[in-house]
Write a protein that binds this ligand. Structure first.
Ligand SMILES: Nc1nc2c(ncn2[C@@H]2O[C@H](COP(=O)(O)OP(=O)(O)O)[C@@H](O)[C@H]2O)c(=O)[nH]1
Ligand SMILES: [Mg+2]
Length: 362
């Protein structure tokens, strides 16, 4: 399962956001997970397409896609030089697939710390960049020596040099305009900033009107990050309170009452899922409707393998229809009669929102 790590300074709202995502009624997924670490939880990926297909099929069971969320504590100014928990938190960040930066914008005299999200951003990015600089510097020196004998290291040397230049100016790699090849060459080093980032700007409950401005302020700060960064403004406290309301109608009423629409948590989980290159295909029937995660660019057999390795090994063909087309027609059987179900082979690249059935032979 893919993992998101919440990263930020003390009192930014990480633990509150974590609770909202994994402990509340709205998103917490009923998945048992092996780890006993209290800082790792599972959040469901909301998907209206799945809900509607389940309704169409009168499914007894609905299973959403899910992601792991990790509350990573311990980042303070100077952490890369050993302050606070020092580099311990860095090890936890290396294990996540995407970073969620939590930036505080709420004013609260009783909660210590700055309330300027750009101040938070500056400190957090500098710590992450300095930690990466240390890794890159070491590796660059080694590679410079080895490259004299081994010409195949030229590509890596180029990537490390570009990375070194950005990081030594305190610039995280997601802002460094790295080419896809450079990103790829750097991948084995598990750098903290060679990945995509979602920034959550945590606005106070008395300043809900200021959410769009706060979001724009931080977005403007990322103008050199291209597609690598997405920014979402929200009031974590209110979202966390809403998440504890198990009844979806009551919850929607509370959020509506504050003018918050469906709430920002759903949007946040969906954006971060998308940002990671994760896509969904669906299966539907009277027993179960289910959303399955695949990586963008996966073939039909790779998708089949998300369900069971036998499905991939013995893959014969996939039967496919877009979710909205299927809904319009009203049932799989009818779609089949109408000849609307496509038959796709091994080379088929799955699309987000495909409803699929696999034929296989083991
Ligand atoms: N007023 C207000 N307080 C908040 C908000 N978000 C978090 N807090 C409070 O700030 C403190 C720190 O939050 P916490 O989630 O523990 O931050 P962490 O240190 O990043 O994990 C707690 O007392 C929260 O109740 C918010 O949106 N508004
Ligand atoms: Mg905390």
């Amino acid at each position: 399962m893919e993992r998101f790590g919440l990263v930020g300074l003390p009192n930014a709202g990480k633990s509150s956001l974590y609770n909202a995502l994994t402990g509340g009624g709205a998103l917490a997924a009923p998945y048992p997970f092996a780890t006993k670490d209290p800082n790792i939880g599972v959040a469901r990926v909301p998907d209206e397409r799945l809900d509607r297909l389940a309704e169409m099929s009168r499914s007894k069971n609905i299973v959403h896609a899910a992601v792991q969320v990790v509350d990573i504590g311990g980042l303070v100014e100077g952490a890369s030089k050993g302050e606070g928990l020092g580099n311990k938190f860095l090890a936890n960040i290396r294990e996540v697939d995407a970073i969620v930066l939590v930036l505080r914008a709420f004013e609260e005299p009783d909660v210590p710390g700055p309330s300027d999200p750009l101040e938070h951003l500056r400190v957090v990015e500098l710590e992450l960049a300095l930690a990466d600089l240390e890794t890159v510097e070491k590796r660059l020196r080694q590679t410079q020596r080895q490259a004299k004998l081994d010409k195949t290291l030229g590509e890596e040397l180029g990537a490390l040099t570009v990375a070194y230049e950005a990081l030594s100016e305190g610039r995280p790699l997601y802002r460094a305009g790295l080419s896809a090849d450079h990103r790829q060459s750097l991948a084995p080093h598990f750098l903290l900033t060679n990945r995509r980032v979602l920034a959550v700007v945590n606005v106070g409950e008395n300043e809900l009107d200021a959410i769009p401005d706060a979001e724009a302020l931080v977005t403007g700060e990322f103008n050199d990050a291209g597609d690598n960064v997405e920014v979402i403004g929200m009031c974590v406290q209110l979202e966390a309170e809403a998440a504890t309301i198990a009844d979806p109608i009551e919850r929607a009423e509370m959020l509506e009452g504050f003018g918050l629409g469906e709430g920002a948590l759903f949007r946040m989980v969906r954006s971060s899922y998308h940002l990671l290159g994760l896509r969904t295909f669906l299966t539907t029937g009277d027993k179960e409707s289910r959303a399955w995660t695949f990586y963008e660019g996966s073939t039909a057999p790779q998708c089949a393998g998300r369900i069971h390795t036998d499905f991939q090994r013995g893959f014969i063909r996939a039967e496919v229809i877009r979710w909205d087309e299927l809904l319009d027609i009203g049932s799989w059987t009818k779609a089949k009669e109408l000849g609307k179900i496509r038959v796709e082979g091994k080379e088929y690249l799955a699309d987000d929102g495909d409803v699929m059935e696999f034929r296989f032979n083991v």
